[in-house]
Design a protein around this ligand. Structure first.
Ligand code: PLP
Ligand code: COI
Length: 367
């Protein structure tokens, strides 16, 4: 079903009880990840007869959904993660937002959900950023945006829902990891896998994360920041972390990252790093990399650096890797030059302090 979204007007109703300025500024002094939320949300409804309709920006509030809403039973839900930044010259920007819109629709297609036209997705995000502009922190912080869609039909049969809610919420954030910029420690899960061939690994659906939580809890129990998943077929090849992609920097100027073979999320940060690293003269190789090779390369010194990357985590150096059989340290325990260079380039572009020669940054027009 197609919808002429150009005709879809957004009804904008400002929150009558926004957070007091003083309270917001106090909260900004100690930003963590995902616990503080802005005053508003965008909500758009879809049903099989009308398509997308009733677009609203309004006070952030709980949903009322029926206990039989199909998302609560069959987990038909997808989401995105993106950030708005405040630049030193006072602009508010988004980083490659159309890539999030495209990936959202790929996730939607995999989960048998309706397409959200790209311009509608972008408008929903931008309207929220505009009304909550004062919530975009300065300096190191950013406004994390979480567009998501779920099946809202009241129906227990197992088939795609005929009603959906698309929503965008926003959360001012600081560093994802508690240690701030300190190198992270990883736990390699050799029993639990995240995604199999033909499954939903390349989609950003809630179910993938539900399935990762036990492995992540195990990582936390072992004193690690993130879990690393190996492939489901052989439990041999490194895939990705619970919420980020992974790169390996070798001593010969090669940088290796697992290929997009359908079981890992095609990260927008990953794609941006591949581009920047290639322009920096590194030889970027997308190829399967085994856990065994990882251990051998770290031990021999061939592997100089490794890092995790994603919207929430940005670029995080990996220091130590633990697994059932022991642990190993990478290079200089996670203080690598290439990692730092790529992080500075990427965050500089995102924050408007490094020239954006790729056209990745989009200004949000506040007026
Ligand atoms: N892999 C997983 C499982 C993720 O949740 C994320 C975060 O969104 C990523 C990779 C990185 O994707 P992106 O760089 O688009 O944020
Ligand atoms: C993101 O980086 O946007 C994610 O969704 C990953 C999650 C760890 C918050």
């Amino acid at each position: 079903m197609t919808t002429d979204t150009a005709l879809l007007d957004f009804t904008i109703t400002p929150n009558a009880h926004p957070m007091a300025e003083a309270d917001r500024l106090t909260a900004f002094e100690n930003l963590g990840f995902g616990t503080l939320f802005t005053d508003h949300m965008t909500v758009i409804q879809w049903d099989i007869d009308k398509g997308w309709h009733s677009a609203e920006v309004k006070a952030r509030a709980p949903f009322q959904i029926d206990p039989a809403a199909s998302v609560l039973h069959y987990a038909q839900e997808i989401f995105e993660g993106m950030k708005a930044y405040r630049t030193p010259d006072g602009r508010i920007t988004l980083f490659r937002p159309e890539e999030n819109a495209r990936r959202f629709n790929k996730s939607a297609a995999r989960m048998a959900m309706p397409d959200v036209p790209e311009e509608l997705f972008l408008k929903a995000v931008e309207e929220l950023v505009k009304i909550d502009a004062k919530w975009v922190p300065e300096g190191e912080g950013s406004l994390y945006l979480r567009p998501f869609m779920f099946a809202s039909e009241t129906f227990l049969g197992v088939r795609p829902s005929r009603q959906y809610i698309f929503c965008v919420i926003a959360s001012p954030v600081g560093p994802y990891f508690k240690g701030g910029g300190k190198p992270v420690t990883l736990w390699v899960s050799e029993d639990f896998t995240r995604a199999g061939p033909g499954g939903t690994g390349a989609a950003k659906c809630g179910g993938n994360y539900a399935g990762s939580l036990l492995a992540q809890a195990e990582a936390t129990k072992r004193g690690c920041d993130q879990v690393v998943f190996l492939d489901a077929a052989e439990h041999r090849w490194v895939e990705e972390l619970g919420g980020m992609n992974v790169f390996f920097v070798m001593n010969d100027g090669t940088i290796v990252t697992p290929p997009l073979a359908g079981t890992i999320l095609p990260g927008i940060t990953r794609a941006s790093i591949i581009k920047l690293a290639t322009e920096n003269g590194l030889n970027v190789v997308e190829r399967p990399y085994s856990f065994e090779e990882w251990q051998n390369d770290a031990t021999s010194g061939k592997l100089r650096e490794a890092f995790a990357c994603g919207t929430a985590a940005v670029v995080a150096a990996i220091g130590t890797v633990r697994h059932a059989g022991g642990e190993f340290v990478i290079g200089n325990a996670g203080t690598g030059m290439e990692t730092e260079k790529l992080r500075n380039q990427l965050t500089g572009i995102q924050r408007g302090t490094v020239a954006d020669s790729h056209g990745w940054v989009k200004d949000v027009t506040l007026a």
